[in-house]
Design a protein around this ligand. Structure first.
Ligand code: GDP
Length: 451
């Protein structure tokens, strides 16, 4: 049995109402001690009561208190929620009084962690809670709510059931070795069934890339020589004056960021410091940072100057990014054309002029085309959305390769069965059938306090 925890569940700031959540076996009695109104220990479950929070005979606030008795609650424990007047002072004061009366301040995600540890939701569903809170667009929200309702977990559970059937089949066959052709029959059957599981897992991995884009957006990096117009492009895209625009090369010393939406998907744009050899230390740090960011980007916008011939630096940059998804953006289209792009092997070229708005819409259309954004938004997803979950799926696919190799090399059935069991366990880890404390701590630490 856990101790009783409390936390502010709403954003701490000035607002109409704040909610303070209490969960644990003492939840009702602790709140009852500081509540003047009905005796909360005697009320029905899932009821709401008007009264006052009173401390040292002083009224602290006029509140509504919801009483939800175990087990049909968020954590499966007794839960009380105090709806008080919004505002930092009142909310903090009530929290402080609860702490003085025997509650412990909840850690980040501890309410959801309890819901998991008490068996109300599985680990995938717990992760979906966080996805739901953090969703950046409507589709990400839909995927998260479906995951929370168990779509993803059911998919994994079904795969585990299929595996158990295969494993028990193998065991029956191992137990009756007197039939000579048994290896042959079992192996052929295994090949088909394992192939079916492999296809399902591969589909999950493939769709994850699109889901990642929906969830996290497209990390887009603007690169190019100093003075080609990177900051101007960022400002055009963001419709703001966020980046400092000057005609002194190397002005954007650090990384400037912003967000826009294209077809409902978030584009996280980063404007880098001018990448070039430099003796200026500050600028060198910026350059190193830029190269790191390029490595992790989903999309690179390489900016060139229409008014200048292609330089060695331009070509170096092109070679750095040519294996990544990138668009050559030729800026200063208003000036005389002095650039020749015939040596660059790419079809992704857009001409722009950041002094006007010319080329900005075609650029956005090109991005939508490269990431298939129109199709993504109408796809039916698998609801496997976290890097942790997908890493486990990839481990399963590696094990399937081992099994396939084993089959080709006439490996004993009991060895193949061992690999199948590992796959079954890995899938179990996804939904939290087994887990280690460290994983849980890391996972729930990303939650907000009060959830
Ligand atoms: P950065 O160093 O790559 O970030 O370049 P900036 O955005 O600071 O722009 C450098 C200079 O080029 C500024 O003086 C801008 O006004 C100018 N500039 C930017 N875009 C254009 C353009 O499309 N046409 C012309 N003629 N000048 C531009």
């Amino acid at each position: 049995m856990f101790d009783t925890i409390c936390s502010i569940a709403t954003t701490l700031g000035v607002g109409a109402i704040s909610i303070i959540r209490v969960s644990g076996k003492e939840a009702i009695s602790i709140v009852n001690n500081i509540f003047k109104g009905k005796d909360l220990e005697k009320v029905e479950s899932h009821t709401i009561h008007y009264g006052h929070i009173v401390y040292e005979e002083k009224v602290i606030d006029e509140v509504l208190v919801s009483v939800m008795k175990a087990p049909k609650t968020y954590t499966t424990e007794d839960v009380v929620e105090i709806n008080c007047h919004g505002g930092i002072q009142t909310t903090n004061k009530i929290l402080e009084i609860l702490l003085l009366n025997g509650c412990r301040q909840a850690e980040a995600g501890e309410f959801t962690k309890r819901a998991f540890l008490n068996g109300r939701i599985d680990l995938m569903e717990a992760e979906a809670v966080m996805d739901l809170i953090n969703s950046q667009n409507d589709l990400a929200r839909q995927i998260a709510i479906n995951e929370l309702q168990g779509y993803g977990s059911n998919l994994i559970k079904k795969l585990r059931e299929d595996l158990i059937n295969i494993i028990s089949n193998i065991e029956v066959n191992i137990d009756y070795p007197e039939y000579e052709d048994i290896y042959e029959v079992t192996i052929n059957d295994l090949k088909d069934k394992i192939n079916d599981i492999k296809e399902k897992l591969e589909k999950i991995v493939k769709e994850y890339e699109d889901e990642k884009i929906i969830k996290d957006g497209i990390t887009t990096v603007i690169i190019g020589r100093p003075n080609v117009g990177k900051s101007s492009l960022l400002n055009r895209l963001l419709n703001s004056n966020k980046a400092i625009v000057t005609d002194i090369p190397g002005t954007t010393r650090d990384i400037v960021e912003g967000n826009i939406m294209i077809n409902g998907i978030n584009l996280n744009i980063i404007d880098t410091a001018g990448i070039r050899e430099s003796t200026d230390l500050v600028e060198q740090i910026g350059v190193k940072k830029s190269l790191d960011i390029i490595k992790n980007a989903d999309l690179i916008l390489l900016l060139l100057n229409n008014n200048q011939p292609l330089s060695k630096e331009d070509l170096d940059l092109f070679n750095k990014v040519k294996d990544k998804t990138s668009i050559i953006v030729v800026n200063k289209n208003d000036l005389e054309k002095r650039i020749d792009l015939s040596s660059l092997e790419t079809n992704n070229i857009v001409y722009i002029n950041t002094l006007t708005n010319e080329g900005i819409i075609p650029l956005k259309e090109k991005i939508a085309e490269l990431f298939n954004l129109e199709k993504i938004m109408t796809k039916d997803f698998n609801y496997i959305t976290s890097a942790r979950q997908i890493a486990k799926i990839k481990e399963c696919l590696n094990l399937i390769s081992d099994i396939e190799m084993g089959i080709d090399n006439n490996v004993d059935l009991d060895l193949l069965e061992l690999d199948l069991r590992h796959i079954w366990e890995n899938l179990g880890n996804i939904i939290g059938e087994s887990y280690d404390e460290e994983l849980l701590d890391e996972l729930f630490s990303k939650f907000c306090v009060g959830k």
